[in-house]
Design a protein around this ligand. Structure first.
Ligand SMILES: Cc1cc2nc3c(=O)[nH]c(=O)nc-3n(C[C@H](O)[C@H](O)[C@H](O)COP(=O)(O)O)c2cc1C
Length: 122
């Protein structure tokens, strides 16, 4: 799980550093109906939905972060699995989440690197 702060004596901050949702007041889980017809399409579907939420949150001046790690931990360590609280229909499972909240520090534009993803031009 990515840490948001380094070592600190500030108790509140260190708590947040180990909270997979970073203390965000809202976490939305996007779920899918389990299916074998189009393997993998569920990942594209939830990514589209969640990315729209990411952009909408940013537009509102809110901070947001995709949450995959917590769901992966739940799959790996069944004792951590609290999926039942989501009240999903039987054949659905959460695939990704997005934590949303007011940013602790003011948001600012970043210089985006254009070489992070390689492209083959044909
Ligand atoms: C599919 C996906 C899942 C992610 N899951 C997590 C997560 O569980 N916890 C977390 O802190 N960040 C998560 N992130 C956010 C990344 O750590 C990173 O902050 C984000 O992709 C922005 O990257 P950038 O700084 O290179 O723009 C996830 C990102 C993506 C695309």
């Amino acid at each position: 799980m990515k840490k948001i702060v380094g070592d600190t004596h500030n108790v509140e901050l260190s708590q947040k550093a180990f909270d997979p949702f970073y203390g965000a007041p809202t976490v939305i889980f996007v779920s899918h109906r389990k299916q074998d017809l189009q393997p993998g399409i569920e990942f594209s579907n939830v990514a589209c939905v969640t990315y729209s939420m990411h952009l909408a949150a940013t537009n509102l001046g809110l901070g947001s972060v995709f949450i995959w790690g917590a769901l992966e931990s739940m799959r790996e360590i069944p004792e951590l699995d609290n999926t039942a609280v989501l009240n999903l229909p039987d054949d659905f499972e959460p695939l990704i989440g997005i934590a949303i909240g007011h940013p602790a520090t003011e948001l600012s534009a970043r210089d985006l690197k254009t070489d992070k993803i390689s492209i083959n031009y044909l």
